[in-house]
Design a protein around this ligand. Sequence first.
Ligand code: GDP
Ligand code: MG
Length: 438
Amino acid sequence: MFEFLSKKFSGVLGWLKDKGRLTEKNIDEAVDQVEEALLQADVPYDLIQEFLNGIKQEVIGQKVQSSLRPGEKFIKIVHEKLLDFLGGKNALTLSNFQFPAVVMVMGLQGSGKTTTIAKLANYVLKQANKKGKKRKILLASVDFYRPAAVEQLKVLAKQVGVDFYQSSLSDPVAAAKDIYNYYKKNGYHILFLDTAGRLHIDQNMMEELNKINNSINPKYKILVLDAMTGQESLNVAKAFEQNIGFQSAILSKMDSDTRGGAAFAFRYALKKPISFVGSGEKIDDLENFIPERMASRILGMGDILTLIEKAEEKIDVKEQQNVAQKLMSGRFTLQDFADQMGMVSKVGSLQKIAKFLPGMGNISSDMLEKSQVEMKKFKAIISSMTPKERFLPNILDASRKRRIAKGAGVLVQDINILLQKFEQSKQFAKMFKKFKTF
Ligand SMILES: Nc1nc2c(ncn2[C@@H]2O[C@H](COP(=O)(O)OP(=O)(O)O)[C@@H](O)[C@H]2O)c(=O)[nH]1
Ligand SMILES: [Mg+2]
């Protein structure tokens, strides 16, 4: 997500940071490069000009050239402008739906409505579970134009573990009312209503949505936009705004090779927040859109907070404490080493994790790929060992190593590398322990 802009921006800013003095000339050069990056990311030209003018004015106003660390000051200004652009510090998010609520989800065909509804239901359910609350969630669809559309939602509802209702009525407006009555009668906290999209903005679709909107008056109207469609998605959003109106957008497919221009421009062009972004096809692939974090990500400063949240979601706290404790106590075995690697891979591939880390935006994917392969090998090696070998790796002689290598489908050399890395992490733990006792 935002890899393209992040690479470009961190390149420009890194270059600038290294300059002891900033001159008008190299600031101009940096601004030009930022402009080029935004153009390539498919941000509309007039928005780019506004963004750059804002930066230039600040740079002049704050006398960046004569400040102590001009490069850093410049980055700070870009960060602030970017934050303004993406929605500011207090941007409205939908992290807390007010119940009871009807949520109508709209968008073009294939934009990701149905998938996003499953993600949202999953999100609400998880948030509630965390707080020990029960939430009655209902999914329903009035997308009757594509034969499999309703069935798709039904399957997803089952996967998430929430209720699904199918109206027997065939007219979308009448069905929406029927669904609404079912939601009311059965005391649901929240209804996510999937609607029909067309391949292009279409007056019939708008009229139908309008009628449904007037009939059931949803508390939340969310527009799903396909981030891959670039500037065109801004036109789609404008059409939905003029015809029906909505509170916030969700940008789907931000994991694809989109250059992020639409996300960059959306808030500024529409004056509405992006509440979430979709980052994959699975029901867990939904992230809160928090402008501050996105601005940091774009500038290559990483997004540790989101990473920690992801880790907390996927890793059992007890499991985490166990490994940490063993590491500290010096009784860290190869089994614990394997557990630790297992925890890391639960959070995501190294490639995915690296995107959140500061300065890692530029690390070569070859290197990450290599580490990922290595981790897989290590896991295979450890699982080919006997419990005794896992506990006392010192007993691994040449013949034992050959046996394990054969079992794990690796070379003896790989086992030696693993033992070396394991030793390193133990040394590191010892150092860490000493440090803690100071
Ligand atoms: N990679 C990726 N694919 C997505 C995402 N959201 C949806 N999709 C895919 O996009 C396609 C269309 O999604 P769907 O929910 O059926 O769109 P709808 O027609 O608007 O209901 C499906 O193949 C989804 O798996 C996302 O965030 N990332
Ligand atoms: Mg659909």
